[in-house]
Design a binder for this molecule. Sequence first.
Ligand code: NAD
Length: 492
Amino acid sequence: MKKNNRSRKDSEGLTPIATTKEWKLLYFQHGRAGLEEGSEFIGLCRHCELRDICSISKPESGVWRCAYYKALTRKKTNLYENVINQLKKAEDVVHFDQDICRILAETTNELIVHFPVKMDGGTVTMLTGYRVQHNNVLGPFKGGLRFHPLVDIDEIRALSTLMTWKTAIANIPFGGAKGGLQIDPADYSIEELEKITRRFTFALGNNIGPEYDIPAPDVNTNPQIMAWILDTYMSTVTPNERNRCLHVVTGKPIESGGSQGRNKATGQGIVFLIEKWAKDHGFNLKGATYTVQGFGNVGSWTARLMKKHGSKLIAVEDITGIILNKEGINPDDLTDYVKEHGGVLDYPKAKPIDHKTLFNTKADIFIPAALENQITAETAEMLNVKLVAEGANGPTDPEGDKVLQRKKIDLIPDILCNSGGVIVSYFEWLQNKRSEFWDLDEVDYKLHKMIVDAYERVRDTAEKFKVDWRTAAHIVAISRLEIVYKERGIFP
Ligand code: NAD
């Protein structure tokens, strides 16, 4: 990380004036006052403790941000390269058909759209969005849409490929896709966000569709955003088709055609798998400790659902801060706090810690549920846990993987671990197509069956080929795709 390029040596002599989510302390630069947009400050970063120049954006919304900090928090590596190398690793074990591997190593369609949106103040902003469709041999393209300032085509390519593996492992009739919009939603008003979402949907046009490519929530997107996408899509088709496209997105609010249990589905799936892992290993979850990185949809639901086992959440990191309480943090109480305050920062019933301390905290289970490339060679060395359950997509880089294996830390890999979301998305899609409504017990029962079956396929494959679980999960996925390609042949 190029921390030092922009860091200031010192700010001695400057008077601290405020603290914010990103900055431990803010100092006026040159003694200048005023919180108008664009004013520059010197800030002491909460996370890396470096001093840097930061500027205020949208002072009226109280959101003070520094793009440099956000870039720093995420090491940009070539995620797509990692994904393809993992495919090759599985190929080396099973010697899959080379033609099929060549097909799977490429995406099918890649769309980049640039579109204008009129902001609240009347100015027009140009935005960039992506949709990558990796493969649809098993069924319509399927995958989330994320809103994040660092989204790029490499990341979306990689995530769309992981979706193909995920749906294949889960044995559901979908392919893989992913989309993204290069924005930080916190920088926009709710009205602007709605306009941006609708304009992006319009720009995607019929590159998405209920029987063709079906988006869902991901980082910084939620049921409300899915409802806007649905409404925009419905408004662009002919009136007699409108009610036939409810299933153009999943993860909708229940009233707008969503499924019971979809919001918690990814976390629920993770907890079902942790239960299964514990059962297989004779491990008692009662009193077991765990730490979580990311406390959004996936992280918070996982934590809330772990409560029923009497397991203890002891440390949490999100974009605003990192907290620890070895006596245990109540996930419901923390969820309420995060809803009110926007993050875990300053949560009064735990103490603040730094990034390294989170990774060094001894616990039974670590659940990464934020972004990719968080478990690296360096952070994996620090981990003192028995199991890593990957809620996030791509949270471990290849070097991190090697260290986890050397340290004999068990791993439930992302393409299995977080598949609960897409499994219940499939249930939602089916309910919409059949005009049915399933109750929560039915959804949970079916999710449990499908995800535990997938776990057993991966576990048995790992035993059969004597490989790590990530490689085993890839073998399960690629074997299924290989069979289908061989049966159907290559057109013409
Ligand atoms: P979200 O936006 O609801 O939550 C993301 C969380 O990560 C937030 O708590 C945020 O503060 C935190 N975060 C962001 N950047 C961070 C950083 N640099 N350091 C620490 N924390 C940071 O997103 P989500 O839907 O919970 O998705 C989280 C992960 O799970 C992503 O990798 C996503 O692709 C994956 N996933 C989500 C779903 C789903 O159904 N939502 C399904 C499968 C996989």
